[in-house]
Unconditional design. Structure first.
Length: 409
């Protein structure tokens, strides 16, 4: 995946900086909001009763990561990319699998879609879309070896991990007999070096959805970079907050939330931290833009003590030995639990309710988000944006006052 993060609130004036930081500290507590409840139109569902049923296998998933990296870089149009598609088609015998080739800006790429519908499905059957990119980056611009930055990476975590999780879900979903449709979408050309960055596969998919299909899509969940041995999941923005509210109870049920009791009565450990929010542009943006509730499950701090968009990300160090079966299984079980419990089905949704005011607000602030992207403890985007705007204005005011004071001297 790709989206660079710049530090927020850079200013050359130290006094202004101090004031801004002070304001930020004082404000952040006032709008910090713990998310404990599932938000409408999603409903609280029974979760713990499904934990015993979970069968997602992290070892098999990790074997797929190894297999994919053995194919070599899966850049669009490569033999390795084709081999991956062939494997999906051969293995998903219970699914309706189709390839969708597009050419945009002279780049030809192919999405893979696999669909499983209940027997009584009709044109309005709700669906959940699970997404991962299967292409790998064609450059390693962050590698420490300057002689190798032009070479493609094998993408064990950034590419293979999400793609492998979808394959494992494809293996186990048919036996769940779900009462709704599941679509698995392996996007191509998510991670190609292109300026400005494009999410070609996800954009092409979104551009071909009918209004009826948009309306019946209850959730669109991206899995990207989920295999880091040091797994640290957070809230990611932009994203649909109602859909995010369903993730906390699922994570808590599996002991992934620090000090929260899981279904076995054990205290959880810090794997999923809803109170930290990181700005990431990924394959969920195109779906959000057409009004589908979408989120991105991603650990963008890849490697021990890595900072966001640091560590092994986009380097030749993104190799299978950095990916763990345990992490893959942790995320995979959470997704399986969401599917089995029906946590991602909405109730009473009409067409006009698809895009909540909050999402509209988030979408409209995409451009500024890129510039102001930061890791914070803010969890409510509307309040956050209001507060950040106020801070910005105050900062300008302070800078102006300081400048005026100095002029007087
Ligand atoms: Zn990437």
């Amino acid at each position: 995946m790709l989206m660079p993060v710049a530090s927020a609130f850079r200013t050359s004036h130290s006094l202004a900086t101090v004031v801004v930081v002070a304001l930020l500290c004082s404000c952040s507590t006032s709008f910090m909001q713990q998310v404990h409840a599932v938000e409408s139109p999603y409903e609280t569902v029974e979760i713990c009763g499904h934990v015993e049923q979970l069968t997602f296998n992290g070892t098999l998933t990790n074997q797929s990561v190894q297999w994919q990296t053995n194919l070599g870089p899966r850049i669009p149009g490569s033999n390795a990319s084709e081999a991956f598609r062939n494997s999906v088609e051969e293995n998903l015998t219970q699914w309706n699998v189709s390839n969708h080739e597009y050419t945009v800006d002279n780049l030809t790429f192919t999405n893979i879609e696999a669909t499983l519908s209940p027997q009584d499905a009709d044109g309005e059957t709700p669906r959940v879309v699970l997404v991962a990119h299967y292409d790998t980056r064609n450059v390693a611009e962050r590698d420490s070896d300057e002689n190798r930055t032009d070479e493609p990476i094998v993408g064990a975590n950034d590419g293979a991990s999400g793609a492998a999780a979808l394959l494992e879900l494809a293996r186990i979903i048919p036996s769940m007999n779900l009462g709704y449709e599941v679509k698995l979408l392996w996007t191509d050309a998510e991670d190609q070096h292109y300026s400005p960055h494009r999410f070609f596969g996800a954009e092409a998919w979104a551009g071909h959805q009918s209004q009826l299909d948009i309306n019946r899509t209850d959730a669109y969940i991206v899995l990207d970079m989920i295999g880091d041995a040091d797994l640290q999941l957070t809230h990611v923005w932009p994203g649909n907050n109602e859909l995010w509210s369903t993730i906390t109870p699922l994570a808590q049920a599996l002991g992934m939330v620090e000090n929260q009791t899981d279904c076995n009565g054990q205290a959880g450990i810090k794997i999923f931290d809803m109170n930290t929010s990181i700005g990431v542009y990924d394959d969920h943006i195109a779906a959000l833009d057409i009004g589908i509730p979408a989120i991105d499950l991603i650990d963008i701090r890849y490697g021990p003590n890595a900072t966001p968009f640091g560590g092994y990300w986009h380097t030749h160090e993104d190799t299978p030995d950095k990916v763990s079966a345990e992490s893959l299984e942790t995320v995979g079980r959470m997704v399986e639990l969401g599917l089995r419990s029906g946590a991602w089905l909405r109730t009473n949704v009409t067409q006009n309710e698809n895009l909540e005011p909050e999402d509209l607000q988030e979408n409209s602030s995409n451009e500024t988000s890129k510039e102001m992207n930061t890791e914070t403890t803010v969890t409510h985007p509307l309040l956050a944006t209001l507060a950040l705007s106020s801070i910005g204005i105050l900062a300008l005011l302070v800078a102006f006052l300081v400048w005026n004071t100095r002029k007087d001297f």
